[in-house]
Design a protein around this ligand. Structure first.
Ligand SMILES: Cc1ncc(COP(=O)(O)O)c(C=O)c1O
Length: 487
């Protein structure tokens, strides 16, 4: 190879100048649109329908320089993708503000301890309100030991999807207990709460169907409706009359309709009016799904969730969904429902059971032990509510704005303005307390807040000191000019 040919090859392989050889931009075959606007490259027959999107084995020929070039034109690269660009810009602005002000950036705070009421970070100890470890189970010795036992017996990974991996008894044991708690036919555990909502709704609904959602519903449900290709209509948060009027106007335009609610709303600390809303859904021949992510382990005398709280029958809701990652102190999701529905989803629902690995054995071992502790020590739930009442009362006494929250263990403290909320969070961090600031798009502009998760393990002294420090810091922040964080 001559020197100039070698240079050119090097350039092409490194991506520099690969887009232009001799002044012309080569068009890779894979990017030629077909009549339908899709890439014209045919899918290899061996992978069609298998769920794989890439080649199954080694490539048969060396990729062309054009196919591996890394520099693409404006609008074709990810660096100028609006969400990528806005996020990068915003994170840089936050880092710059932290650097200028000398305050620590509370985002992605490096932590070296369990996520308990006191955490170790920044070479110091912080009183922590940012963990939804409601019952202090994630580092409970029985939970940790059960995770270790499962790890020793079954290894670190399920290493395949359940349908072909062989079932380990831990899955079935947890599923039977969850089905019993919800008084329904069966249950299924999964690797992720987010994917459970997305995958279950993605599997059950399709074009011609509708999901009718509380306006504060979690993003994972929204993802599910996008996955499903169904319509999504919101009704006013927790408002039975709004649900009724949406159903009156729209129910007849769709085939299947699923009303989706939460037991305990994670940004606002409101309690889902699940019993009333489910009854209205039934009047209009709709199915009902309830997300118990923040209500399982929190509501009901035994922590069995919103069903126990309202004394509902299991069958009043079609799909009880929950997570293992919050009060149970582990990781993953679950649904509890009719046995046939669960059997179908276990065998066929992509992302929750099919085409995805089974949950790691240690996570299921931990969740089972978490459930054991919950059953053995219902006083944890009582302590949780005692602490929630104490903290809410302390905030009220100090005149702080807790929005629409209802005195539950999720306590939003409204600090309007992204900069102000960030300043309060960073100042608290400086003074030994960790509570996350939340801004748009997670909450509406002007309703920025700090969110406090109260647990059964906080002490009264921690709660009262936090309320004092918070009132003082919010007082300081009131004098700050409101600037928008770029992005
Ligand atoms: C209401 C709600 N549903 C689902 C999820 C997703 O659960 P996971 O974190 O277990 O994936 C969350 C997560 O915070 C949530 O708040």
């Amino acid at each position: 190879m001559s020197e100039s040919a070698r240079d050119l090859a090097r350039k092409l392989l490194s991506g520099n100048g690969g887009g232009s050889v001799g002044g012309r931009t080569p068009t890779p075959a894979a990017s030629v649109p077909s009549a339908g606007g899709q890439p014209s490259t045919p899918r290899p027959a061996s992978t069609a329908g298998s769920g794989h999107t890439g080649a199954a084995g080694p490539r048969s020929s060396t990729p062309t320089a054009a196919a591996i070039r890394t520099v693409r034109g404006p609008g074709r690269q990810f660096a100028d993708h609006p969400d990528v660009a806005a996020t990068v810009q915003k994170q840089a602005a936050i880092a710059a503000i932290s650097a200028q002000s000398g305050l620590v950036n509370p985002l992605f705070l490096p932590r070296t301890s369990p996520n308990d009421t006191v955490i170790r970070a920044l070479d110091t100890e912080l009183v922590n309100f940012s963990a939804y470890n409601y019952l202090g189970l994630s580092s409970h010795p029985r939970v940790v030991q059960a995770a270790k036992d499962a790890l020793d017996q079954y290894g670190a990974s399920a290493s395949a999807s359940r349908i072909v991996a062989g079932e380990i008894p831990l899955y079935g044991e947890l599923e039977q207990r969850l089905a019993g708690i919800y008084d329904v036919g069966d249950a299924m555990v999964t690797t992720s709460g987010y994917l459970t909502n997305a995958g279950v709704i993605g599997f059950l609904l399709r074009e011609g169907d509708v999901a009718i959602c509380d306006s504060l519903i979690h993003g994972s449900v929204v993802s599910g409706t996008q996955w499903a290709g169904c319509r999504r209509i919101n009704f006013r948060h927790n408002d039975p009359e709004s649900l009724r009027s949406v159903l009156r106007m729209s129910r007849n335009g769709f085939d299947r309709a699923l009303v989706v609610l939460e037991g305990h709303y994670s940004m606002d600390g409101t309690v889902g009016r699940v019993d009333e809303l489910a009854a209205i859904a039934r009047e209009f021949d709709c199915a009902v799904m309830v997300d118990e992510a923040h209500s399982f382990g929190v509501f009901g005398d035994h922590g069995h969730g919103i069903r126990e709280h309202y004394g509902m029958a299991g069958a009043e809701v079609d799909i009880w969904m929950g997570t293992l990652s919050k009060a149970l102190g582990s990781c993953g999701g679950f649904i509890a429902a009719d046995a046939d529905l669960i059997a179908a989803m276990k065998a066929s629902a992509p992302g929750v059971a099919m085409l995805t690995g089974g949950p790691a054995p240690s996570t299921i071992g931990a969740a089972l032990a978490g459930l054991d502790v919950l059953e053995a020590e219902p006083e944890r739930v009582r302590r949780l509510w005692h602490n929630a009442r104490l903290f809410n009362a302390a905030l009220h006494e100090r005149g702080l704005n807790v929005g629409e929250s209802q005195g539950t263990p999720i306590v939003p403290v409204i600090v309007p303005g992204e900069i102000r909320a960030g300043f309060v969070s960073a100042t608290l961090l400086q003074r030994g307390m960790y509570a996350g600031a939340i801004s748009a798009p997670a909450v509406p502009v002007g309703k920025e807040r700090l969110r406090f998760f109260i647990t059964s393990e906080h002490t009264e002294q921690q709660l009262i000191s936090a309320a004092d420090l918070l009132a003082e810091t919010i007082g300081l922040a009131e004098n700050l000019p409101e600037l928008a964080v770029a992005g």
